[in-house]
Design a protein around this ligand. Structure first.
Ligand code: ZN
Ligand code: ZN
Ligand code: ZN
Length: 372
């Protein structure tokens, strides 16, 4: 995993804001291990190992980054952000953590810290109450600054190039299996500057009716819809886009449904303004599909937040009353799925900004007929 370290000032600023949130919530210490809060706070991504890596942030003093000695060389130092605390193979790292935070009444731990570390820590801290760090770090991660939005835009532009190739018929489909096309998309995602492929769904015909279809041996035929949903991680930030193409002339029922999907997705993007509740963005998409009579076939939420993680807060779903703030970035991806026949989805990443909704995916939004 590449560690894209930013300027130290960025991490110092994030540390100050985390400490303000800690004071607000009466949290004495935050502990972050594997997962995406750690690179957000330090620029360092922990290897998912049985050996403990943990950033311990207390209200005062420099945070400590506890790290297996053999990993220490991978860390880019960030003066003032953390002190590096390498531990040797014969030490007990949970004991070290226990001593660092002894006396802490309330500790917030990262969602993706392995339960074994927390279980081993509990006897060291019998009087401590544990909460989730997502309440402390999550709101900060949700509100992206311009540099983060630019990173999402760059990742989006990179996958848009691949969507464009699909739409121009430059990627052969007919006669190839979904799995072959999926692996080719993965290869192109890397060629276009991503370091990691997160997924490359290819679903043909009736398989497209299953939103998270796993590409398999199904051979793509002339005269069917091909749904592609792909993305990866580029310099720490994720891309995610869905486009459908049709191998041949588009039948009337498919064209009619796609017009509805197109209007629905556009309505969702237009609704994504600062102050609008997440659930109202979902409702804006859903209303168009409901009104056209396809409501029973839109079987998932409208979208998910995106950033360092492919799926993160805020979720664009009924019941989420959180108002959008400047810098919130998320997918808008309504779909219509007719079991046994076909499915379709249209997905862009967008952000709420002072200038209005900003789209990070700009490849053709129509259903294109391809001869490939
Ligand atoms: Zn999904
Ligand atoms: Zn997607
Ligand atoms: Zn998505």
């Amino acid at each position: 995993m590449r560690n894209a370290a930013l300027d130290t000032s960025v991490y110092l600023d994030r540390l100050a804001r985390v400490r303000a949130a800690m004071a607000d919530q009466q949290v004495d210490a935050v502990m972050l291990s594997v997962g995406h809060d750690l690179p957000y706070m330090t620029g360092y991504t922990a290897m998912p190992l049985e050996r403990l890596t943990m950033l311990v942030v207390q209200r005062d003093g420099d945070p400590a980054l506890l790290i297996p000695g053999l990993e220490a060389a991978r860390v880019v130092p960030q003066p003032g952000v953390f002190d590096l605390l390498p531990w040797s193979e014969t030490e007990d790292p949970t004991d070290i953590v226990g001593r660092l935070v002894s006396g802490a009444k309330r500790i917030a731990v990262g969602d993706q810290m392995w339960s074994r570390f927390l279980v081993e820590l509990l006897p060291h801290l019998p009087n401590t109450q544990f909460t989730r760090a997502v309440d402390v770090v999550g709101p900060l991660r949700m509100s992206k600054d311009r540099a983060e939005l630019d990173a999402l835009a760059a990742a989006g532009a990179a996958v848009d190039k691949i969507a464009g190739e699909l739409q121009r018929g430059e990627i052969p489909l007919i006669g190839r299996t979904e799995a072959e096309v999926s692996s080719y998309l993965g290869h192109r995602i890397i060629e276009e500057g991503h370091q990691v492929v997160n997924f490359a769904i290819v679903a043909a015909g009736e398989n497209a009716a299953s939103p998270h279809h796993h590409p398999g041996d199904r051979v793509i035929q002339p005269g069917e819809i091909v749904l592609t949903d792909f993305g990866g991680t580029m310099n720490g930030y994720c891309s995610d886009t869905t486009r459908c193409v049709f191998t041949g002339d588009i039948p009337a029922d498919v064209a009619e449904a796609y017009d509805v999907l197109f209007e629905s997705q556009a309505a969702g993007v237009s609704a994504a303004t600062i102050g609008t509740a997440c659930e109202d963005v979902d409702r804006a998409c859903r209303k168009v599909i409901d009104d056209a009579g396809y409501g029973d076939y839109f079987i998932h939420r409208t979208g998910h937040g995106i950033g360092l993680e492919a799926h993160e807060d805020p979720y664009i779903v009924e019941g989420n009353k959180r108002p959008l703030e400047a810098g919130h970035a998320f997918s808008i991806e309504p779909g219509i799925y007719i079991p046994g026949k076909w499915g379709m989805r249209l997905e862009d990443i967008a952000a709420a900004t002072e200038a209005g909704p900003e789209r990070f995916n700009n490849s053709d939004h129509r259903l294109v007929s391809v001869d490939a």
